[in-house]
Design a binder for this molecule. Structure first.
Ligand SMILES: [Fe+2]
Ligand SMILES: [Fe+2]
Length: 393
């Protein structure tokens, strides 16, 4: 493969624009933002994966053809399918009975707690900040998903998978756009990207193995997203948020199916050593996902030092005998573990991953969920709404 002509380093931004070819518009450094501005606004990622052009246009993967046709028919548009005139009272977005707020209520009761003076008003404000922080991670994660899907278009060798990933790129653009607009118009000021999530997605975009973008995004992060969106959907009563989450989940269920259908085929032909690498990747990423916890910036906005309050949160969580993220984590593993089993990664190398996940208590989820490679139709809220409209209209 030819050397990449992309953005090799921050300082090369202007120079690399000039390498795009004779047809590229002439751009001078005067057209670009100042370096200091770019440092805060952009993150440059170097991809080490080869791009693949294929001359084989044969539609040889019927399940991916079906999934692609479904994706093409289920496209929706944020401006026509969502009612942005919906009036949203931000405080009504806070579920006061959510486990994380119950936990914080417990913290206000503890002797010496830095939030001992707090009442329900402060707790609601905290709830709104935590909600905004979560929506912000959804937005940043969706942008990462858009770039990962675009990478898959370029790096996967099969034409059916390139076609499908192109529809996913569009889906993820819509998700990013919708979350950004919802935060901006209805909620408040977005939070920066969580460093764990940022490191996780950057790793996928840099990796030289094309299937790692798939494994990390379609199998791990998409399962996480389905669980997180499902959790928020169950808790919220706000109609605009409810509808956008239902529509986004309809798309995400297809994305997980895409990963299972593609990787299931590829992993049948990998060596034991290569499969072990993928198993280690999953171990590392499930441990990371478990470690994710409160965003320190939330406490900053509440005028409390995270370092002061976290020990109390840990103690309260210990007393409650559950983490505030338990339900969401269970939802994640209920999607992830069955999917990983279907890819053959649980049992490869004499059950290497099965043993380790077993020690971590994750095998109880092995048969937890319906078959995500086929049940995306069950999530298709877009088709369901259109069918209902056709009957009533
Ligand atoms: Fe998405
Ligand atoms: Fe997705």
């Amino acid at each position: 493969m030819a050397e990449r002509g992309g953005l090799a380093a921050r300082g090369d931004l202007a120079a690399s624009r000039g390498q795009l070819g004779a047809d590229a518009p002439v751009t001078t450094s005067a057209d670009l933002p100042a370096q200091s501005e770019m440092d805060g606004t952009f993150k440059v990622i170097e991809d080490h994966c080869d791009r693949i052009y294929t001359w084989d246009y044969e539609r040889s993967r019927p399940q991916l053809v079906t999934l692609y046709n479904k994706a093409a028919q289920s496209q929706w548009a944020s401006v026509t399918d969502l009612d942005w005139s919906t009036d949203v009272d931000p405080e009504s977005l806070v579920d006061k009975d959510a486990p994380n707020l119950q936990l914080m209520r417990e913290v206000t009761q503890m002797p010496g707690s830095p939030i001992a003076s707090w009442g329900e008003r402060e707790l609601t404000k905290l709830g709104l900040e935590m909600f905004t922080a979560m929506l912000s991670q959804f937005m940043h994660g969706e942008q990462g998903a858009m770039m990962t899907a675009a990478k898959i278009v370029e790096t996967v060798p099969w034409i059916d998978a390139k076609y499908y990933a192109a529809t996913q790129t569009m889906d993820e653009a819509r998700h990013t756009e919708v979350f950004a607009r919802y935060i901006d118009e209805k909620v408040g000021t977005a939070y920066p990207m969580n460093p764990n999530l940022e490191a996780q997605i950057t790793g996928l975009l840099e990796d030289s193995r094309w299937d790692i973008a798939y494994l990390g995004m379609q199998i791990v992060i998409e399962s996480l997203a389905l669980a997180a969106f499902g959790d928020m959907l169950r808790r919220t009563t706000e109609p605009l948020l409810k509808k956008l989450l239902r529509y986004i989940m309809a798309d995400e269920a297809r994305h997980v199916a895409f990963g299972i259908l593609s990787l299931g085929e590829y992993y049948q032909h990998l060596s034991a050593a290569d499969l072990k690498e993928r198993q280690d990747f999953l171990l590392e990423h499930t441990i990371n996902a478990r470690a994710r916890s409160t965003t320190p910036e939330v406490w900053q906005r509440m005028g409390v030092r995270a370092a002061d309050v976290v020990p109390f949160i840990m103690e309260a969580a210990g007393k409650m005998k559950k983490t505030p993220f338990m339900q969401f984590q269970n939802g994640f593993f209920a999607k992830l573990v069955p999917n990983v089993r279907k890819l053959g990664l649980l049992d490869a190398n004499n059950g290497y991953l099965r043993e380790r996940w077993g020690e971590a208590g994750l095998l109880e989820f092995e048969f937890a969920d319906a078959d995500t490679s086929e049940d995306y139709a069950r999530y298709d809220a877009v088709a369901a709404d259109r069918a209902a409209a056709a009957t009533t209209g």
